[in-house]
Design a binder for this molecule. Structure first.
Ligand code: FES
Length: 179
C-alpha cells in the first residue's frame, strides 16, 4: 500500500499532518521514492533537503519523514543526531566556526575554542539562548598558513588568539546585537 493513499479518516489526518510539516517539493520527492524499493536508503538525502530549506531539523520534521517514508522515528532521529552536519536547532544570527583541523589544532585552536565556549556558554552545534550566536566546528578551511582560523559572520580571521576571539565576540554583542 502506498503511504500517500490513506484508507481511513485517521490515516488521512496523519498524512495531512505529515505533509503540512514539510515543504511541498520535499513531500513530492518523498512521494516519488516511496514507491521504490528501499525508500529508507534516501533518508539522509531527505533530511539534507529539509535542513537546506529550514536551516535545521526539528521533531516535527523528523516525525513527518518517519511517517511518510515508513521508517521508525528512532531511526530518523538516530541518523539526525549521529551525523554532525545535521543541526537540531535553528542557527543563530552570527555563526562562529572554529577550525579544528590539524594545523589549527596544533596552533592552539582548542584554546581559542575554550575562550569562546566560556564566554557564550555553548558547545559545538549549539546556539545561545538569545539566538545571537551559533558555534560550529570546521575541518580545514584550506588556509592552514593562517592557523588557527576562526570564521565569524562569514569573515575569516587568521592567526586568531583566545583574547582576540573573545574581543570579536564582545564587539558583536556591544554593537547592539546582544539584545
Ligand atoms: S587546519 Fe585549519 S585551515 Fe587547515
Amino acid at each position: 500500500m502506498n503511504r500517500f493513499q490513506p484508507t481511513n479518516a485517521c490515516q488521512q489526518q496523519a498524512l495531512a499532518e505529515s505533509r503540512a510539516a514539510l515543504p511541498d517539493d520535499i513531500v513530492d520527492f518523498i512521494q516519488k521514492i516511496e514507491g521504490q524499493p528501499h525508500p529508507e536508503s534516501q533518508l539522509i538525502s531527505v533530511l539534507h533537503k529539509i535542513q537546506h530549506h529550514y536551516g535545521y531539523l526539528d521533531r516535527a520534521h523528523m516525525d513527518a519523514v518517519a511517517h511518510l517514508l515508513r521508517v521508525p522515528a528512532a531511526k530518523v532521529s538516530g541518523v539526525a543526531t549521529f551525523y554532525h552536519f545535521f543541526r537540531l536547532t535553528p542557527r543563530g544570527k552570527y555563526v562562529i566556526s572554529v577550525c579544528m583541523g590539524t594545523a589549527c589544532y596544533v596552533k592552539g585552536a582548542d584554546k581559542v575554542l575554550e575562550k569562546i565556549r566560556e564566554e557564550l556558554g555553548i558547545d559545538f552545534g549549539e546556539t545561545t539562548r538569545d539566538g545571537l550566536f551559533s558555534l560550529e566546528e570546521s575541518r580545514c578551511l584550506g588556509c592552514c598558513g593562517l592557523a588557527p582560523v576562526v570564521v565569524l559572520d562569514q569573515v575569516v580571521h587568521g592567526k586568531e588568539t583566545p583574547d582576540g576571539a573573545l574581543a570579536k565576540v564582545r564587539e558583536v554583542i556591544a554593537g547592539g546585537n546582544g539584545g
